[in-house]
Design a protein. Structure first.
Length: 121
């Protein structure tokens, strides 16, 4: 056994084995979304989630204001507000998808690491 395999085996704990068992089942989309609210970025994730709802509310409000606008200048202003708000919602959603993909990749790397360690024993 090489020194790398020895260090890898020593690094395994019961918690790692339980984690590997949990990974075998996979995770649903809702579970992946919930996983973004854990870890060191949980406050940023909650902030972005709230910000997304706020921008969506602004977009809905702007859409109603466009329908009630009497002047062209006012209509253009509300249209720009609507487009900016929807763009902000889209960017926040993309960030969430990137975060979910990042966490899925980390889970997969951990799964591979634990399988290598299990086979090295």
């Amino acid at each position: 056994m090489t020194s790398f395999e020895t260090r890898l085996k020593d690094g395994l704990s019961a918690e790692d084995e339980a984690f590997l068992k949990n990974l075998e089942d996979g995770e649903s989309l809702i579970g992946q979304l919930g996983a973004t609210f854990t870890g060191p970025l949980k406050l940023w994730t909650a902030f972005a989630f709230g910000l997304s709802f706020a921008f969506f509310a602004i977009a809905v409000w702007s859409a109603f204001q466009i329908l009630g606008a009497e002047e062209l200048r006012e209509m253009i202003f509300w249209l720009a507000t609507f487009l900016f708000s929807m763009l902000a919602v889209s960017m926040i959603k993309i960030w969430f998808w990137m975060r979910m993909n990042h966490l899925a990749l980390l889970r997969e790397l951990k799964r591979i690491e634990l399988r290598i360690a299990r086979n090295a024993v």
